[in-house]
Ligand binder design. Structure first.
Ligand code: NAP
Length: 246
């Protein structure tokens, strides 16, 4: 499905990003594995990709740092010669009720989750326009679609991702570059491992499919959007939440 393609996945050392990077390699793509803090697990992901017979490039970069982002895309260009697929997956939470939230908590989430995606799309967009081919997939969240108490920073960033996806889809459609988003619900990862049993039970009670999602559930949809099978889909946000939003 992705044979001959090259991809960059941000935050690919663990969780959903890891599952996306591995699925891409399984479907035939060479993958640049971006990480920031998780050097060891990112190296393990790169090793798994190499073991599948695909090329892996390991790149440390904080996506909120414009200079580091520029360096990362330069390296992707040098190693792969082109970039077909970008997945903006890197993200953090710093939850708090609005009246208690510090400016730092607000800014850091916006810087990584929203500005980081912008910085990467700016770099990838330039590379893809030249080649007249590209697939950009942004990881939003059900929180960005519906809102969530205690996550005003995260919801702003994830709703912003949806707006940026639509804008860039319009800008790049004429160059054969599609831009889409996926909005996961509750997915088993380090991000949700910190939730209390009470929050987890309440979430599960609202999921018609009766389970939390697995990172692979998201990776399969992202791989589809990254493939040529999805060539007439752009500017869309696919909600993957086990039916929670029905
Ligand atoms: P996770 O396990 O906490 O992983 C977060 C990833 O983001 C890590 O790979 C981390 O890399 C990376 N990251 C954080 N800050 C970064 C930075 N400044 N520069 C580069 N990478 C950075 O979370 P996850 O559940 O896999 O989340 C992945 C994405 O899905 C996020 O955008 C999240 O908002 C979204 N999402 C998750 C859920 C869920 O239920 N889990 C639901 C909706 C949306 P390092 O460890 O290397 O720093």
């Amino acid at each position: 499905m992705l044979t001959g393609k090259t991809a960059l996945v941000t935050g690919a050392g663990r969780g959903i990003g890891r599952a996306i990077a591995l699925a891409f390699a399984e479907y035939g793509a060479d993958v640049a594995v971006n990480y920031n803090g998780s050097a060891e697990s990112a190296k393990a992901v790169a090793d798994e990709i190499t073991a599948m017979g695909r090329k892996a490039v390991l790149i440390k970069a904080d996506v909120s740092d414009a200079a580091a982002c520029a360096e990362m895309f330069k390296k992707v260009g040098e190693e792969f010669g082109k970039l077909d697929i970008l997945v903006n997956n890197a993200g953090i939470t710093k939850d708090n009720l609005t009246v208690r939230m510090s400016e730092e908590e607000f800014d850091r989430v916006i810087d990584i989750n929203l500005k980081g995606a912008f910085l990467c799309m700016k770099q990838a967009g330039a590379m893809m326009m030249k080649k007249r081919y590209g697939r950009i997939i942004n990881i939003s969240s059900i929180s960005g679609v519906r809102g969530n108490a205690g996550q005003i920073n995260y919801c702003a960033a994830k709703a912003g991702i949806i707006g940026m996806t639509k804008s860039l889809a319009k800008e790049l459609a004429g160059r054969n570059v599609t831009v889409n988003a996926v909005a996961p619900g509750y997915i088993d990862s380090d991000m949700t491992a910190v939730l209390s049993d009470k929050v987890r039970e309440a979430a599960l009670a609202n999921i018609p499919l009766g389970r939390m999602g697995q990172p692979r559930d998201i990776a399969e949809a992202v791989a589809f959007l990254a493939s040529d099978r999805a060539s007439y889909i752009t500017g869309q946000t696919i909600i993957i939440d086990g039916g929670m939003g029905i």
